[in-house]
Design a protein around this ligand. Sequence first.
Ligand SMILES: C[S@@+](CC[C@H](N)C(=O)[O-])C[C@H]1O[C@@H](n2cnc3c(N)ncnc32)[C@H](O)[C@@H]1O
Length: 131
Amino acid sequence: MSGDEGSGGVESGSVGVGDGSAMEAEFDTLAAWTEDAVRELGPRYAIPAACRGSGSPADLRWLADGLGLHGDDRFLDAGAGLGGPAAWLQVHLGVRWQARPLVTDPMPHAVAAARRLFDQPAFAAGPRSCP
Ligand SMILES: C[S@@+](CC[C@H](N)C(=O)[O-])C[C@H]1O[C@@H](n2cnc3c(N)ncnc32)[C@H](O)[C@@H]1O
C-alpha cells in the first residue's frame, strides 16, 4: 500500500517543515495508512489509532485537567497529527466543554484524516505558515 492509496486525493508534501522526507514518511504516509486501518477496523479504533505520541489515557487526562477547558473555550492543537488527542478531549470533556477543537499539522494526510475521522476543522500549517 502506498501513502497515496486511500488518501482521498490529498496532495503530498508537508507545509513549512523543509523537504523532510523522513518526517513525511513517519507523519504523512503513516497518517494515511492509519486512516485506512481505522476504516477497516471500525470507528472505535479511531481515537487510539490517531493518538500518535500522547496516546496514554493518563497523560491525556493530565493534559485535560491542566487545560481547564470549559464552556465554549477555544482550543488549537498545533502539531495535532490525525487529531486523536483533540478527539479524546471532545469525548471526555463533553459535559463541561462543548466547543470544537481546531487542529493543524504540517502533514496534509494527517489533517485530511482529522477532518474525515473526527469531522474536525483542520488545516495544513507548519511553523512558518500558521496564521
Ligand atoms: C509524534 S506526532 C504527535 C501528533 C499528535 N500531537 C498526537 O499526540 O497524536 C508529532 C506531530 O508533529 C508534527 N510536526 C512536526 N514538526 C512540526 C512543527 N515544526 N510544527 C508543527 N507540527 C509539527 C508532525 O507532522 C506530527 O504530526
